[in-house]
Design a protein around this ligand. Structure first.
Ligand code: FAD
Ligand code: A2P
Length: 275
């Protein structure tokens, strides 16, 4: 039996009978490492833009195989969007990458997370720093009206290995600028700073290096980060998160949490060293 038959036949039917089943409505593949998909939204699910939930399929043993996923759609959207890695031997994503519209996935409707507006003190500029699939929570926050109500400038910095991996972010920014709800404000306030590290492009380099050298401020025409009015959210690999923590704390920003808001918040885009 091929892997595709596994997904199309066995888990889809088996998952459909579970209380937490949701139907896949759309799938788009970007590269052999990345894809996005949309699913129906449980009626009872309320979440704050930036939070994550557990989603998955049935494993070979018939038990739910769940992983944390940031919701990439805003809290007002009728459906839920996710942006996913494909790990070749990954227990979940080696199967999840084969889902098609009409298939069912498991979604536990218990959203949590630290990348939320409530975890930050008021400020003037909000910086979203992401690498790879770490852009997912910011895809939600970028289309959230509260983001533009709270800040005068919204800066999305996204670093990927190559140009093809930036496409999801490019489409997201184009959709945001054209959005009936936030488009007008985004046109005034949103700045987008995509960079690549392994393929030549218009903008290159790790965001951490561009911060340390000051290049990012020069390129965007902005003053350097200042703890008085700058707020930041970070989502990437463990390496990025640790480096960003160091950089932001060097500017005097303190790490916040839901229970104790401060100037920046951080969340792992995945557990592990990368692939
Ligand atoms: P796993 O056994 O989970 O992972 C195998 C290895 O693959 C890991 O050790 C790591 O080295 C690598 N890896 C896993 N996920 C990624 C990734 N996203 N990018 C690069 N390398 C990775 N993943 C998403 O694709 N989209 C999300 O929105 C997302 N949100 C997350 C939010 C949180 C809070 C956490 C903790 C993780 C999130 N993840 C996300 C990672 C996700 O939970 C799974 O690890 C991923 O789906 C791979 O599952 P797997 O079972 O195939 O492999
Ligand atoms: P690099 O190519 O120099 O490793 P990945 O796809 O492996 O998750 O990486 C996504 C992007 O994050 C890559 O461009 C990678 O750059 C970058 N990156 C990885 N680690 C760090 C880090 N510690 N600081 C800044 N950027 C990082």
């Amino acid at each position: 039996m091929t892997l595709e038959m596994n997904i199309a036949d066995q888990p889809a039917n088996a998952v459909a009978s579970l209380p937490d089943a949701q139907e896949v409505t759309e799938v788009q593949h970007y590269t052999d490492r990345l894809f996005r998909f949309r699913v129906t939204r449980p009626r009872s699910l309320r979440f704050r833009s930036g939070e994550f939930v557990m989603i998955g399929l049935l494993g070979d043993n018939g038990r739910p195989l769940l992983r944390a996923y940031s919701i990439a759609s805003p809290s007002w959207d009728e459906e839920l969007e996710f942006y996913s890695i494909k790990v070749p031997d990954g227990p979940l994503t080696s199967k999840l990458q084969h889902i098609k519209p009409g298939d069912q996935i498991i979604l536990r409707p218990k959203p949590v997370g630290t990348l939320v507006h409530d975890a930050l003190l008021p400020g003037k500029r909000i910086w979203f720093f992401a690498t790879g699939t770490g852009i997912a929570p910011f895809a939600s926050l970028l289309r959230e009206p509260e983001t533009y109500e709270k800040y005068e400038k919204v800066i999305l910095a996204h670093t990927c290995r190559d140009v093809a991996e930036l496409k999801y972010g490019e489409e997201l920014v184009a959709k945001t600028l054209d959005d009936p709800l936030v488009g007008e404000e985004a046109q005034e306030k949103l700045l987008y700073y995509p960079t690549t590290t392994r393929e030549t492009s218009d903008r290159m380099g790790r965001v951490t290096d561009n911060l340390r050298s000051g290049k990012i401020f020069k390129d965007l025409g902005l003053s350097p980060i200042n703890a008085e009015y700058d707020r930041a959210m970070v989502c990437g690999s463990m390496g990025l998160n640790l480096d960003m923590k160091d950089i932001l704390e060097g500017y005097g920003l303190r790490e916040g949490a839901n229970s104790e808001p401060a100037e920046y918040v951080i969340e792992k885009a995945f557990v592990g060293d990368g692939i």
